[in-house]
Design a protein around this ligand. Structure first.
Ligand code: ADP
Ligand code: CA
Ligand code: CA
Length: 410
């Protein structure tokens, strides 16, 4: 039985899906997470505590472990584990991305620099220190622009500004997020930087891909039919297949491939976000991981293979059948309408009865304090739909969402 080392942060939504996939692949899993948990004394061969922020230490721990329990593949499930996965892959002589490539994918400033050097169409950018005076910086910026931290995800702290006053307000708000002790600790030096970019208008898509020896295979292109014009950029609906023209989709795939090459990514899943404006395709970002949250549940390949299974099989050098099923499929990440304590969720029964809805999952807990963008980073939950066409899927998601009521107390 092949053995896979799965780097799985304790906060990941994806544990169950990856473990189920491993069972179907017929692989033994060693789970590495940040803390040794209660089970590690019961099953010391199946669990490993790793500090993902220290990739070199991860690599030497994994190498020591592998001396008695050989490891055939290493998979990081998200961005926080991608650098450690690359370092471990290098140490164990397994297929892996270059550590520098994954580091560049994780840091928005480095990524912008690499894309610009390679001539990949991407927004113009400037990296600034939070010690600068925002009202002075604001005078030298072209509007509209987007301000963002360099190392956060899920649109956390990403804010559009149309003029100097909005720029200064956005800057202060991001500085507040970066001052959060947990964020500051995680970001280290990057928590003292703000990236300012030209705002790229247009429709946004997400591309899910798998790199094999540097070649990008496209697994799916998702349309994001809700306008993402700011000032905050809440992810909501993803629907695949894309309704963009075949020509445009080729352009999207080509741009994502160039972005991966510019960063030096060569192996495993990538998730790219791009904007399409007229003939132009712009790279917003490319991450060395698969799609986040529970959104991978929208995807089925060949005769029913999950994305997690496909990723594990690829990591083990097994054959994969990357043709997505024929049906249209989509997800809505349920946005947080306002901050407060989530008291009650109404209308679930009725929403589940909407034709085309396949699953509704409320991931926030009742009684939990929920925080909207730009400070927040989680969703209320996920709605899934499948159907004959992308239009039907999008319609089902909107109808089901309209039947839900979230009672949030201040
Ligand atoms: P994150 O890693 O948090 O997802 P992104 O840089 O991808 O951060 O930004 C989140 C969203 O904000 C993007 O999906 C896009 O909709 C919007 N956005 C970010 N940068 C730009 C930009 N330069 N122009 C237009 N929209 C942008
Ligand atoms: Ca990102
Ligand atoms: Ca993004």
């Amino acid at each position: 039985m092949p053995r896979v080392l799965l780097l799985l942060p304790t906060t990941s939504y994806r544990a169950a899906d990856f473990l189920e996939a491993a069972a179907r692949v017929g692989a033994e899993v060693v789970v590495a997470s940040e803390e040794s948990n209660a089970l590690s004394s019961l099953n010391p061969d199946g669990l490993l505590a790793l500090d993902f922020r220290d990739p070199a230490a991860c690599a030497s721990r994994a190498a020591a472990f592998a001396r008695t329990r050989p490891i055939d593949a290493v998979v990081g499930v998200d961005e926080d584990t991608a650098v450690a996965a690359a370092a471990i892959g290098a140490a164990l002589g397994l297929p892996h991305n270059a550590v520098e490539a994954v580091e560049a994918a994780r840091n928005k400033a480095l990524m912008r620099q690499r894309l610009a050097e390679a001539g990949v169409p991407a927004p113009r950018h400037r990296l600034l220190s939070i010690r600068e005076d925002p009202s002075r910086v604001a005078k030298g910026v072209e509007y509209p622009c987007v301000l963002k931290p360099t190392f956060l995800a899920a649109s956390r702290g990403v804010i559009r500004a149309d003029g100097e006053a909005e720029f200064v307000a956005a800057w202060r708000r991001i500085a507040g997020i970066l001052a959060d002790p947990e964020v500051a600790r995680r970001g280290a030096g990057a928590a003292r930087e703000i990236l300012v970019e030209a705002f790229i208008p247009g429709a946004e898509v997400a591309l899910e891909g798998l790199l094999d020896a540097g070649r990008l295979g496209v697994l799916a292109i998702f349309d994001k039919p809700d306008p993402l014009d700011g000032p905050y950029f809440e992810e909501t609906i993803y629907v695949t297949p894309s309704r963009m023209s075949e020509e445009t989709q080729k352009g999207i795939a080509a741009a994502a491939g160039r972005a991966a090459a510019a960063l030096g990514l060569s192996d495993g899943p990538v998730h790219a976000e791009l904007r399409v404006e007229g003939e132009g395709v712009w790279v917003i970002e490319i991450a060395a991981r698969s799609i986040g949250g529970l959104c991978s549940r929208t995807l089925r390949f060949g005769t029913g293979m999950s994305l997690e299974e496909l990723i594990l099989r690829h990591s083990l050098g097994m054959e994969v059948a990357p043709a997505r099923e024929h049906a249209a499929s989509g997800v809505m990440m349920i946005p947080i309408p306002k901050g407060g304590l989530l008291e009650r969720v109404d209308g679930l029964e009725s929403a589940r009865r909407v034709p085309g809805i396949s699953e509704i999952l409320i991931s926030a807990h009742l009684g939990q304090r929920i925080v909207p963008l730009p400070e927040g980073s989680r969703y209320l939950g996920f709605l899934f739909a499948r159907g004959a066409t992308p239009e039907l899927v999008e319609g089902a998601l909107r109808e089901a969402h309209s039947r839900l009521g979230f009672v949030i107390r201040d």
